[in-house]
Ligand binder design. Structure first.
Ligand SMILES: [Zn+2]
Length: 331
């Protein structure tokens, strides 16, 4: 199946998770950090990680190299180039704005670098920002509003919040209040839950008002929660290769995506941290098409549904829908 030209939609991708080994090496040299500490062997990151903690430890070391606006620009422009080359028409990037600001960049310069870098992929590779929020470090309403307007001024839409987990039960009333405030200013909500943690976290994410769940694969263990995901049409932004590399699932064949698909769960396909887990979106879509027995038309339908549940602005949706129609007509 030749998916090279299919316009694609990617909804679950971490900004620093796109830093390829060569770029990580350059950033390390620039900042005087030890390149040999970056887990790079033969120009690659490890193919598999002992567990999520081991992955996050390496990820943290790479992310920590993004310190100045020039770094942000380089990461963003490399990402834009990769997405453009794969005909990814819309990408939602989970971006840790506040940690980067905390490393001393003036806000305006950081946003300039991010917007310019992402724009360098051209007008057919559009991006929206999901503001990375940790459940125990929620930014205030002014910080949120400032981020939204910083992006808007530069033609880079901030379309949602990427909440990295649901936190402990005692914090959820407060988190639900925050989530209501995010919705009130028009932001979508994607919540990381059920990657390795209990399926009940996915339930908690829905209670918080999640529009989409990042991962959510552990719900196959709890029938009631799987039924709820199907009934309420809550999409799962899946990254199967990442799960195999990071969470101990032995092979792609053993990944629960087939059970989720058969049960009628809404799924979208993304790559999470592509160079860290040895994939890209085109490869990922081809692997999943083979695994689920999808033909080209069904992979196209997956992109249409991803666009539907995305937080993309209306004009972007219309333009990409037209490109999908054109691809279908030519196929
Ligand atoms: Zn993720």
């Amino acid at each position: 199946m030749n998916l090279a030209t299919l316009p694609k939609v990617e909804l679950h991708l971490h900004f620093a998770g796109t830093i390829a080994p060569a770029l990580a090496g350059r950033l390390a040299q620039r900042h005087g950090a030890a390149v040999h500490d970056l887990g790079i062997d033969g120009g690659r990151y490890p193919a598999r990680y002992r567990d999520l903690a081991a992955f996050l430890e390496l990820y943290g070391r790479i992310d920590e190299l993004v310190r100045a606006p020039d770094d942000v620009f380089e990461v963003a422009s490399a990402l834009a180039g990769v997405q453009a080359a794969q005909a990814v028409a819309w990408t939602e990037v989970i971006t840790p704005i506040w940690p980067y600001l905390g490393r001393g960049s003036p806000a305006g310069e950081l946003w300039d670098a991010l917007a310019a870098g992402l724009a360098s992929g051209g007008s057919e590779a559009r991006f929206g920002i999901l503001l990375e929020v940790l459940p125990d470090a929620v930014p205030g309403p002014e910080q949120l509003a400032d981020a939204v307007s910083q992006g808007a001024r530069r033609g880079l839409p901030v379309v949602g919040v990427g909440l990295m987990g649901v936190g402990p039960p005692e914090g959820r009333t407060r988190l639900a209040q925050d989530a209501r405030a995010w919705r009130a200013i028009g932001l979508g909500l994607q919540v990381h839950a059920g990657e390795t943690g209990p399926a009940e976290n996915v339930d908690a994410a829905i209670e918080l008002g999640a529009n989409r769940i990042a991962h959510g694969i552990t719900i196959v263990r709890v029938a009631a929660i799987l039924e709820r995901i199907v009934r309420d049409r809550v999409p799962l932004d899946l990254c199967p290769t990442s799960n195999v590399a990071i969470t101990g699932i032995p092979t792609l064949q053993a990944h629960p995506i087939r059970e989720l698909w058969r049960a009628g769960a809404g799924i979208t396909i993304s790559t999470d941290d592509p160079p860290f887990v040895g994939t890209n979106l085109e490869v990922e879509l081809a692997s999943i098409a083979a695994l689920l027995g999808l033909d080209a038309r069904e992979v196209l339908d997956l992109q249409r549904r991803a666009l539907e549940v995305s937080f993309a602005p209306a004009d972007v949706r219309l333009a990409i829908d037209a490109r999908l129609d054109a691809w279908a007509a030519a196929a």
